[in-house]
Design a protein around this ligand. Sequence first.
Ligand code: NOJ
Length: 542
Amino acid sequence: MSEKKIWWRDAVIYQVYPRSFKDSNGDGEGDLGGVIAGIPYLADLGVDAIWLSPFYKSPNKDGGYDVSDPRDVDPRFGTLDEAKKLIDTAHAHGIKFIADIVPNHFSTEHAWFKAALASPKGSPERARFHFYDGRGPNGDTPPNNWISIFRGPSWTRVTEPDGSAGQWYLHLFDSSQPDLNWANPDVEEDFEKTLRFWLDLGADGFRIDVAHGCVKDKIDVDHRDPNRLIDALRLDFLDITTEERAGLLSDVPFFDREGVHDIYRKWRKIFDSYSGDRMSVAEAFVYPSSRAARYVRSDELHQVFNFNFMMLGWDAKIMSESIKTTLEELKDVKAPATWVLNNHDTPRVVTRIGSPRKARALAQLIHSLPGGVYIYQGEELGLPSADLPDAARQDPAFIRSGGSDKGRDECRVPLPWDSTQPHYGYGTGTPWLPQPADWAQYCMNVEAADPASSLNFYKQMLQLRRGNASLGGEGAITWIDSEPEVMHFTREPGLEVVVNTSSVEKSVKVSGKKILLASHEGTNATDGVLQLPADTTVWLER
Ligand code: NOJ
């Protein structure tokens, strides 16, 4: 007797960044109408679910991660009725819907923050955020020396209602994103309302923004090296050695505090009170990686993004060690792994890994691993990050760093749909970020017509994954000894996977005879020997 399959444990989840997906009303910005129009494309691609980055009311200082009303839709994106229509349309196509929830901060435009500004020091309105007096005789030095993740101070001073220079509020991100005080019961209550609001509307789950950040410690203590700490928290790791990073990240006063787990234990009870296996995925970038498993203990969240794997280079040995570590770390808590190659905060995988060929082979590898997979919109087209003129950049990370950090706009350029239409069919208005002049080649219509395209490769891969019990799922991996630049393993009941990360062809002894899928041409298996070209992944049926 097989147990009932729980959909999210090995789902393929497609991230939609709605502002850049498809613009249905010609204002140059993607919207919910555009996402609705794109559902048949996503169903045809073969994904199990979509996760939508925020589309809630927001002044859009940080791409909608600055929420001014989490229970309403921003007019730039559409209406609440359209959100409902989107959820229903996705469901009608057999696609689950995952919303994004942003519990670490609100926007300064949220009614609560406006009320806090209008209320005196010590008021209940201010107690929902982190308001503190400044240091020094006039209070004009921030309460501590923490640096914002987007650079610059993480404190902004307010003007009191009587016009005097006043208290300071904490913002780990942009000054338009005041951090919420989770020690205040109002905050907990309000988020419960928000969760229930979207669950009632039909959401199948949530991606939890900065899940590790909601609880702060030691606000009255300066950090010994706040700038270096922010370097260490960046997803590209700069030039930091493992030892230095371990030292810096062992005790971050605003991340991965014990108290965050109390929040998720309460949230889990809410998810479980709904029918239909509702789920949650934590954006929790914690160090060391073993700490991530604590977010997916059986009474907490369901998945956690595997950012440690995401940041690795194309190297069979390093990747296989990381895969083993991931599976080992999650074994005790019985949570499935996740595999993700890029998102709206990182360079696109083609650019990060250095070539479309490697990116395709890497994608095929992660689709053969146990657990769930995330695809970032446009990844299926093989889109690279786009070159942008500085004048076009809008990311607060670019603005706050004075341009030393180029920010994340390069991976957020609007998608190319149709090479015969203006703006590649994204919409009739001028796109909010300029699309490169050579993107016709990546348009969905062009790729759909080319059997060797990235799009058709992804389609075939997802179709095979769906129909093959050895792919995805949660069964074990059996590793087979191989030379350092080759990864070789089998999965039950009948799959063999070989990956060549070197730049030369390799001969590998295999037991499988039939090639199910190869990321590139030129692969063949005869008499138990596989000839595997450079930078290629192969699935064989055993
Ligand atoms: C993580 C989100 O993915 C990112 O886009 C955002 O800027 C920060 N959290 C702040 O909400």
